[in-house]
Design a protein around this ligand. Structure first.
Ligand SMILES: Cc1cc2nc3c(=O)[nH]c(=O)nc-3n(C[C@H](O)[C@H](O)[C@H](O)COP(=O)(O)O)c2cc1C
Ligand code: SF4
Length: 439
């Protein structure tokens, strides 16, 4: 059944995704039809796409859920104010978050959907260049994207320059100003803003940066319309989203869900939990912990999560089992996150290092009565003080761990490491890291 005929069904983005390799252009067009605004005579109307995106209420899937149409309008406005300067579009598939896989799955299997979205966004904002920024360690995604670009060139091309920028592995490499820096010939490190990328981005040109999944949704909205898009999801958070589910679940992987779906139903669809659950992390390593007992009450949309000061981030849920030690897990991930600082802002470099050290004291059993209060105080001093939001994310992760795992932290402070401290770690990290232990 076509997506149009049954607008409330799933999957949408993942329709027809091959088990291995990439969907080719012919099959992509057979499923979704030709991309609109592609023919020369239609291109002038591409600006109306921004209205469609606005009516759809499309929010960015890169973490901050920023309204996609507002960003596009800002780029159009900046482009108009600088005669002769054409904007650039970046598709962000850097996916620096270790618990996320959705962008590489999308690009690996459905590169033409992302390319359609990028090309359409470029037409809508008047850009003449599209750069796919892809995690350099995501070999199959890089291959699929490269082949898809060649395939499109062989069939006439998209009338704009399309290229790939491999992005060095790193938590902050996918932050938007880091990508601007990288694509302008510098290192993948965030820079001070303003100017914002929409004002002065890659090679000083107005730059639209969207997550790869955001662009894939845009490709479907352009074809099926905003009413279709809103048939799923909530009023405030419409549509479907990709969500990477990992940890203590029978079938971890990337799922497409309707915003507002219960977390419990997603876990059920993934074959259930593989072992009793201590807690769930929503939103990844800039996200929020929830006690395992709360899982049955949680719905997966930012409007449902906002009262808990939480969000889905880039669409991430990790289930932590009761087998592992949450203090040791928090310690290991916090030290890694502190090490991901781009080393440019004092509060980020020193503050995150100090917070990681305090959590390590808990894990090692050397924390004093004041260590918890000190950590919370440092966290409040670091928040909002970086050039990018990396410190804010780490602080959220740590303070919610201190809250949800309060008993375990208190227990470690009193009695030192527990039996579970030495068990295999569950939270994913790209590289092994030595845990600091008591001297
Ligand atoms: C530390 C940090 C890391 C980020 N990493 C990514 C990333 O890997 N991929 C991504 O799409 N957005 C990432 N973002 C968000 C981007 O800065 C930007 O907001 C996003 O790409 C915009 O796309 P969207 O509006 O479609 O969500 C990161 C932000 C921060 C603060
Ligand atoms: S806040 Fe941290 S990660 Fe962000 S730019 Fe400053 S030093 Fe780099």
């Amino acid at each position: 059944m076509s997506l149009q005929a049954d607008p409330a069904s799933l999957p949408r983005l993942l329709t027809g995704i091959p088990v291995h390799g990439a969907m080719d252009l012919k099959e992509h067009v057979a499923i979704h039809g030709e991309a609109p605004f592609a023919k020369r005579r239609e291109r002038r109307g591409a600006g109306t796409l921004i209205d469609l995106v606005e009516q759809a209420g499309l929010l960015g899937r890169g973490g901050a859920a920023f309204p996609a149409a507002a960003k596009m309008r800002a780029v159009v406005g900046a482009g108009r104010s600088r005669i002769g300067v054409r904007p650039i579009v970046l598709a962000n598939a850097a996916e620096g978050e270790p618990a996320s896989l959705k962008d590489r799955v999308l690009l690996e299997g459905l590169p033409h959907l992302v390319l359609d979205g990028g090309v359409l966004a470029a037409r809508a904002v008047g850009a003449d260049e599209l750069i796919l920024c892809i995690d350099e360690s995501a070999g199959p995604a890089l291959q699929s994207a490269t082949s898809a670009i060649r395939e499109r060139e062989r069939t006439g091309g998209d009338a704009l320059k399309v290229s790939i920028q491999p992005v060095p592995v790193g938590y902050v490499s996918g932050q938007e100003s880091a990508l601007v820096n990288l694509c302008s010939g510098g290192p993948a490190k965030p820079t001070l803003t303003p100017p914002m990328p929409f004002q002065r981005g890659v090679r000083r040109r107005p730059t639209l940066i969207n997550n790869a999944e955001t662009l894939a949704h845009l490709a479907l909205i352009a074809r099926y319309g905003p009413q279709w898009f809103r048939q799923l999801g909530t009023q405030a958070h419409p549509g479907s989203t990709l969500l990477t589910l990992s940890g203590a679940v029978t079938h971890p992987g990337v799922y497409e869900i309707e915003y507002g779906a219960p977390l419990a139903s997603l876990i059920e669809a993934a074959g259930g939990t593989s072992t009793p659950i201590r807690a769930a992390l929503l939103g990844g390593y800039a996200g929020t912990w929830f006690d395992g007992a709360a899982i049955s009450t949680l719905a997966l949309s930012n409007d449902h999560l906002a009262p808990h000061d939480a969000s889905l981030g880039a669409g991430i849920a990790v289930l932590l089992s009761q087998e592992t030690c949450p203090v040791a897990e928090t310690s290991r991930v916090t030290r890694w996150l502190a090490g991901q600082s781009a080393g440019q802002c004092g509060p980020c470099v020193h503050g995150l290092g100090a917070i990681a050290g305090a959590i390590e004291e808990f894990a090692a059993g050397t924390a004093s009565a004041e260590t918890g209060q000190r950590t919370v105080r440092w966290a409040s001093q670091v928040k909002g003080r970086g050039a990018c939001r990396h410190p804010d994310g780490v602080v959220g992760f740590v303070t919610s761990a201190l809250d949800v795992f309060a008993e375990e932290f208190a227990d470690h402070a009193r009695h030192g490491p527990c039996d579970a401290c030495s068990r295999a770690r569950e939270l994913p990290l790209p590289m092994p890291i030595e845990l600091a232990t008591a001297a």
